[in-house]
Design a protein around this ligand. Structure first.
Ligand code: PBG
Ligand code: MG
Length: 329
């Protein structure tokens, strides 16, 4: 028995007011987190070749970007410092330097725009000479527990500099519990943890590795710690563990190829879920725009809406300032 013409789903789509009234999902600048790449020097804006429209910024320029975020209604920025080979080492000790680039960037941003939340990545790839997220044994294994100890130190270093959200992206087991204990022990009761819980060993991180300077140095792949792109149930176990260990929110990364994972997490847990629309996704969209096959305004917002529809509270996206402007900010 057909419902037509009794039911005409096109009826509610006929006018703009009616489409507005029936829209199921909203997207606003408040749903965006803007990733930024600090670099050394003053008055520096160094384009990232593989990410058209994205530049590494010196600390003074970062302060301006943070003010821009505030004026656009973007609630938070995320920091990924570019680290030169000279500051990289086997033991990643620069991660613990209280005056390292990321700590200076945090302080400058908090000074310039205290109302903007600052999220910092925790993982050793920003500081290792081999580009891996963890310490390596003589036999070439990425060491879990020794790395976790370093991650606690790195987190405390960034919390002391004033960061609001610690975001561990390393995928070591047990790090959320260790970092939470470290933060509590040091009096940082209100420093949040956004766990990169389901982070996949993805081909979409290439441009980012150029941006932070780990691309050229990375030896091998990250398959012994990042997840297999074929796995979904395992993502739910990762999330369950991170909630248990004290994560305030969780993240899925990359974004667009993993919308099914976001939805599965949203349905299974009541924890806030975020997604990282990563560098390769940004580059892919920009390449299509440059080739004249995608409308920038519509394409960017449609991609971001997909995250909200899948169940995300918010999205880390390099398109954050553009998207906020497109939304009328
Ligand atoms: N700790 C690593 C890290 N933190 C953020 C990104 C990727 C972000 C992007 O591609 O935009 C990566 C990539 C990697 O695992 O090599
Ligand atoms: Mg885990």
């Amino acid at each position: 028995m057909t419902q037509f013409p009794h039911t005409r789903l096109r009826r509610t789509r006929m006018t703009a007011w009616s489409r507005d009234l029936h829209r199921e999902t909203s997207l606003s600048p408040a749903n965006l987190i803007w990733p930024l790449f600090p670099t050394e020097g003053h008055d520096q804006e160094v384009p990232v070749g593989t990410m058209p429209g994205v530049s590494r910024l010196s600390v003074d320029r970062l302060a301006k970007a943070a003010k821009e975020a505030a004026s656009l209604g973007i609630p938070a920025v995320a920091l990924f410092p570019h680290t030169s080979p000279a500051r990289r080492s086997e033991d990643a000790k620069e991660a613990l330097n209280p005056d390292n680039l990321i700590c200076r960037a945090i302080r400058a941003i908090k000074d310039a725009a205290p109302e903007v939340g600052v999220l910092t990545d925790v993982a050793l790839d920003l500081y290792t000479s081999h580009g891996h997220d963890g310490l390596i044994s003589d036999s070439g294994e990425i060491l879990n527990d020794a790395t976790v100890e370093m991650l606690v130190g790195q987190s405390l270093n960034q919390a002391r500099a004033g960061c609001d959200i610690i975001a561990p992206s390393d995928m070591m087991d047990g790090r959320i519990e260790a970092i939470r204990a470290g933060l509590e022990g040091d009096g940082f009761h209100n420093t949040q943890i956004m766990a990169y819980s389901a982070k996949y060993a993805s081909a979409f991180y290439g441009p980012y590795r150029d941006a932070v300077g780990s691309g050229g140095v990375l030896k091998g792949d990250k398959k012994t710690y990042q997840m297999d792109p074929a796995n979904a149930r395992e993502a739910l176990r990762e999330v369950a563990m991170d909630i248990e260990e004290g994560a305030d929110s969780v993240m899925v990364k990359p974004g667009m190829p993993y919308l099914d994972i976001i939805r599965a997490i949203r349905d299974a847990f009541d924890v806030p879920v975020f997604a990282y629309q990563v560098s390769g996704e940004y580059a892919m969209l920009e390449a299509a725009i440059a080739a004249g096959v995608l409308d920038r305004g519509k394409g960017v917002l449609e991609a971001l809406m997909s995250f909200r529809r899948a169940g995300c509270s918010g999205v880390l996206t390099y398109h954050a300032p553009l998207a906020a402007r497109l939304m009328g900010a």
